[in-house]
Structure formats: structure tokens, C-alpha cells
Design a protein around this ligand. Structure first.
Ligand SMILES: *Cc1c(COP(=O)(O)O)cnc(C)c1O
Length: 346
């Protein structure tokens, strides 16, 4: 029997429809802009997000990197959350490859960056001592803050605030469709106010590979050049883009099922006294909880015991666990997970 894998939504394997589309995809050399399937995916993605153009990239990490490198010069500063994926989990690529400095501020518990906190760290461009503040990055949904959703009102307010000060806004929207579905709104409401956005096809949307960076025509032209320099210019990559098209066509609305299953899972876990669910969790497809002091097992020991029950989980801190629902988790998997935790933590 296949394990019930709640470690991440990145573990999703392509569906039979994706495999079929991949096998039949019309392809060309995408470095020459000749791949019709890639072009179709990029146009679809840009239209969905209310942007002029899109760029298929191998990963969300490269999408954020190429995006920020396109917007910033060496020595510029980017304001981002201290728990943002770009700060914590992208290898410091913006500084390694772009000489770009970051200024991290603490997120509010809802995943937002308070405008007052941003205002306080914006540099004085007239002062020779200071780097130049160029960009603000936000994350939606915000992974480390609990898979929480930034609402459209906040994004508009932040974008107006940034633009009034001559600053650019990039959204790490790895799971922006989860955010839109959870809030019951068109994703454009979240993406139109910002200058650029990256989203992942390879997470809850279940495609095997790839992300799309979206923004203005001029911005995407620059980002394409940078993608080439980063080694991300691929050839007959329509094979992969074909799965991305199926993902955009048929995997967005069903994210609501993942969110409902996360609630089902959380409801079961709440009955276990050893589990302290984060307040408000789950907002989307992620459940975060801590272990009560009474639990003598370490998270590693719990991981091992859960594996023996056929459930894969991973720690997100010394006494913290994150569970992620996705396409391949059904109600039976949720119920088996609750039963396994009950057994181990009784
Ligand atoms: C996964 C993720 C990324 C990076 O995507 P990869 O495709 O894994 O490189 C960026 N930001 C957030 C919030 C993510 O969850």
C-alpha cells in the first residue's frame, strides 16, 4: 500500500490526464520561443493572473530569483518577512547571484507585513551610507505563518503604499491559488495590485515540474534573459508545460477539497489532548500544531512511529509538526492519520 504522504503538497504525482497531455504535447525549442505548448501555458497563466506576460521556470525558487534579479540592481535592498520562503529556504540566492541585500521584518500572525514596520526600514536614498530600498516581497499563502491567506484589501493597500514610495512589489505566490480558493475570490484580486508574481504548478496543482513568473512585457523580457543566465532556458519543455496546462485547467477549483480535508483532519486531531493546534489552523491545506509538554516522544520518534502506521509526516520545528493535504490524500487517508496519531500519542 502507498504511504499517506502529508509531508508536503510537492509530493503530488502527475495525473493520468497530465501524462497523456505530456505524451502528446506539441513542442519546439523554447529558447527560440518556438515551443507552442510553453507559449500557451505562459499566456494562460498571465491571463489568469491579470498580467501581460508569463515565463515558465523550472522551480518557484528560480521564479522568485529571476523576478527579484530583474527588478533590482546590485546593492539594492529587498524588504521581506523574516519567515519568508525567500529568506529561509532559497539559499540566499538573491545575494549570491545578484548582490542584493535583504532586510527582514517580523510578519504579523496573519502573514502580512505591517505598513508601519515597512515604513520604519525604508532607507534614505540621499544618504551615502545606505543601500537603496527597491522592492517589497510578500508571500501568499504564507507557508511558515501557517499557510495563511493575505486578503485583497491588504494587498491593494500595500501595493499603493509601495508605489507611492517608488517601490516595487513582488509576490511569492507559490500557493496563490489556494489563497484565492480559500477566500472565494478571483485570483486576479490578489495578483493585479502587485508588479510581479511567481506561482507553483508543482504543489497543490499536482503538475510534476515548474512554476510561472508573471508581470509586464518589459519585466518578463528581462527575466527571460536572467533565466537563461541562471541555466533555466530549456528546450522542448512543452513536455512539462503540457502538464501545467492541465493543472491550470482542472486542478484549481478542486483545491477546495484539500482545504476541506485539512479541516476534517484538524477536527480529528483536536480531540487528542497531546496535540496543540495553532489558533486558526488550518487556513488552507496546511495544519500546524505543537506537542503538549506531556509528550515524551521527540518529533523524530513520532515521524518514525507514524511511518510504521503508513503515514509520512515531517517536523517543522523542535516540537512542531506541519501536515499538508493534497490531491492524493482522501478521506480514508485523513481518518487513518487521525487513528495513527491517537494510537501513538495516547
Ligand atoms: C515551495 C515554495 C517556493 C519554492 O518553490 P520550489 O519549486 O520548491 O523551488 C517558494 N515559496 C514558497 C512559499 C514555497 O512554498
Amino acid at each position: 500500500m502507498e504511504a499517506i504522504d502529508l509531508r508536503s503538497d510537492t509530493v503530488t504525482k502527475p495525473t493520468p490526464a497530465m501524462r497523456e497531455a505530456m505524451a502528446k504535447a506539441a513542442v519546439g525549442d523554447d529558447v527560440y520561443l518556438d515551443d507552442p505548448t510553453v507559449n500557451q501555458l505562459q499566456e494562460m497563466a498571465a491571463a489568469r493572473l491579470g498580467k501581460q506576460a508569463g515565463l515558465f521556470v523550472p522551480s518557484g525558487t528560480m521564479g522568485n530569483l529571476a523576478g527579484i534579479l530583474s527588478h533590482c540592481n546590485r546593492g539594492d535592498e529587498v524588504i521581506m518577512g523574516q519567515h519568508s520562503h525567500t529568506f529561509l529556504h532559497e539559499g540566499g540566492g538573491i545575494s549570491t547571484f545578484g548582490g542584493i541585500h535583504s532586510c527582514q521584518i517580523k510578519e504579523q500572525s496573519d502573514g502580512s507585513l505591517a505598513l508601519d514596520d515597512i515604513e520604519a526600514v525604508i532607507r534614505n536614498p540621499q544618504d551615502d551610507h545606505e543601500p537603496v530600498t527597491r522592492l517589497i516581497e510578500i508571500e501568499n499563502t504564507h507557508n511558515a505563518c501557517g499557510g495563511v491567506c493575505l486578503p485583497p484589501e491588504y494587498i491593494r493597500r500595500l501595493a499603493d503604499f509601495a508605489h507611492e514610495r517608488g517601490l516595487i512589489v513582488h509576490m511569492d505566490g507559490a500557493r496563490v491559488f489556494n489563497s484565492a480558493i480559500a477566500q472565494g475570490i478571483d485570483v486576479k484580486e490578489l495578483t493585479e495590485p502587485v508588479d510581479s508574481v511567481t506561482f507553483c504548478l508543482s504543489k497543490g496543482l499536482a503538475a510534476p515540474v515548474g512554476s510561472v513568473l508573471c508581470g509586464s512585457n518589459e519585466f518578463i523580457k528581462k527575466a527571460r534573459k536572467i533565466r537563461k543566465h541562471l541555466g533555466g532556458g530549456m528546450r522542448q519543455v512543452g513536455i512539462l508545460a503540457a502538464a501545467g496546462i492541465v493543472a491550470l485547467d482542472s486542478m484549481v477549483d478542486r483545491l477546495a477539497e484539500d482545504h476541506a480535508r485539512a479541516i476534517r483532519l484538524a477536527t480529528g486531531l483536536k480531540t487528542i489532548s497531546a496535540i496543540k493546534l495553532d489558533p486558526g489552523s488550518p487556513a488552507t491545506n496546511m495544519i500546524f500544531f505543537s506537542l503538549a509538554n506531556t509528550v515524551s516522544l521527540t518529533t523524530e520518534q513520532i515521524e518514525t512511529k507514524m511511518k510504521e502506521h503508513g503515514v509520512l509526516i515531517s517536523a517543522s520545528g523542535p516540537r512542531r509538526i506541519r501536515l499538508v493535504t493534497h490531491l492524493w490524500i482522501d478521506d480514508a487517508g485523513v481518518d487513518a492519520t487521525i487513528a495513527a496519531f491517537q494510537d501513538i500519542l495516547k
